[in-house]
Write a protein that binds this ligand. Structure first.
Ligand SMILES: Cc1ncc(COP(=O)(O)O)c(C=O)c1O
Length: 383
């Protein structure tokens, strides 16, 4: 019996407690969490610095309206802008809300209405971000969609050129498509896209909701491509489990988001900001980001050893600790099988096992996960 809408296909797992990479269920069974929520607990569950920051804030106050000053918002905004191409931040509560803010800002700033997005992209479930998402299954039953979005094949610059017209306000891109299958944009494509946007006075919005906050070994994944986006959106890892999102934009848009233009009751909540400040102080440290790169190399090597030669696996891909294991057949049966063996992983598209372990994952945990994945893939799928 449940009074919940059945919007989620839930696995048979109820978490009782969690710490670091380890999650314990209500029967006391332990799992290695190589999904981190879905790329949320980038510093692992209940990271001590983040926990302390939240506890300190809990003892001061939990909420103040955005009618008043919230100094922690200033500090987190400072950290985000010092480590990205943006100059000003709007805080909200989720990834979809960050993209909503980006869509609204792009339309207001440009005076134009259309936004180009990509096939297999994922930008959220609100009415505008659902329409921005280039996947039919997300939109089914909710039509007609907002007509302001044009979808083009990923990595296809000619297709983008063909879609641009006098009403194109922006292009919105995930530099590594997460839900779509851990598919990285080609460096030449991203560079050409930036140039194209500049030539046509079109805003470049990079959706870093899954790829941001150190996930790929840089503060934001677009930084691997040496571009300077107009708008960056982020969420998931920013609060390490407390709900928070942010839209970061260049100074030239300051006047477009003036008083009364956009708002949220909970955005920039002090508890979420306390968590985000502790997260960013930790994750944006270059020495820490270097360890993400080292762990990425090690995880890929171990996966290569375990499953690289199997016919089932066609590619091991991804950047930093956002890894996709592309398979010849559907992987949906493997996910519960791995869960039974004590490893939580995600899928991305039906053919890709997605690993988003905490950035704090240890070498021993990587070894254990690689061994379990090897065992599961080498044995026949049972469902
Ligand atoms: C790239 C990307 N954009 C947007 C979203 C939506 O974020 P939220 O679920 O916090 O609204 C997600 C969530 O998976 C995502 O991966």
């Amino acid at each position: 019996m449940t009074a919940l809408f059945a919007t989620y296909n839930r696995f048979e797992l109820t978490v009782a407690e969690a710490s670091g990479t380890v999650v314990k269920d209500t029967d006391g069974k332990e799992y290695l969490d190589f999904g981190s929520g879905i790329g949320v607990c980038n510093l692992g569950h209940r990271h001590p610095d983040v926990q302390q920051a939240i506890e300190e804030q809990l003892n001061k106050y939990w909420h103040v309206s955005n009618l008043y000053h919230v100094p922690l918002q200033e500090e987190v905004a400072e950290l985000l802008t010092a480590n990205s191409a943006g100059d000003y931040v709007f805080f909200c509560n989720s990834g979809a809300e960050a993209n909503e803010a980006a869509i609204k800002l792009a339309r207001k700033a440009s005076g134009k209405t259309k936004i180009i997005t990509f096939q297999q992209s994922f930008h959220g479930r609100t009415f505008a971000t659902m329409a921005a998402t280039g996947q039919d299954k997300v939109q089914q039953g909710f039509g007609p969609m907002l007509e302001a979005f044009d979808y083009v094949p990923f990595n296809d610059i000619e297709a983008v050129k063909k879609k641009i017209d006098g009403e194109t306000a922006a292009v919105m891109l995930e530099v590594i498509q997460g839900e779509g299958g851990v598919i990285a944009a080609e460096p030449t494509f991203v560079k050409e896209l930036e140039q194209l946007c500049a030539e046509h006075d079109i805003l470049l919005i990079i959706d870093e909701i899954q790829t941001g906050i150190g996930r790929t070994g840089a503060p934001f994944a677009y930084q691997h491509y040496a571009i300077s986006p107009d708008i960056i959106t982020t969420a998931k890892g920013l609060g390490n489990g407390l709900p928070v999102g942010a839209m970061i934009a260049k100074a030239k848009f300051y006047d477009d988001f003036g008083p009364g233009s956009h708002a949220t009751t909970f955005g920039g909540n002090p508890l979420a900001m306390a968590a985000a400040k502790a997260v960013l102080q930790h994750v944006f440290d270059p020495a820490f980001l270097q360890t993400v790169e080292e762990k990425s190399i090690y995880l890929k090597e171990r996966l290569q050893e375990e499953i690289g030669e199997t016919r089932f696996v066609t590619n091991i891909k991804g950047k930093g600790l956002m890894i996709g294991i592309e398979c010849e057949k559907e992987v949906t049966g493997l996910i519960p099988q791995l869960m039974q063996q004590g490893l939580l992983v995600l899928n991305a598209s039906p053919y890709v096992i997605r690993l988003l372990p905490p950035l704090t994952v240890s070498k021993e945990e990587i070894d254990a996960a690689a061994t379990l994945i090897g065992e599961a893939i080498k044995k026949p799928v049972t469902t």
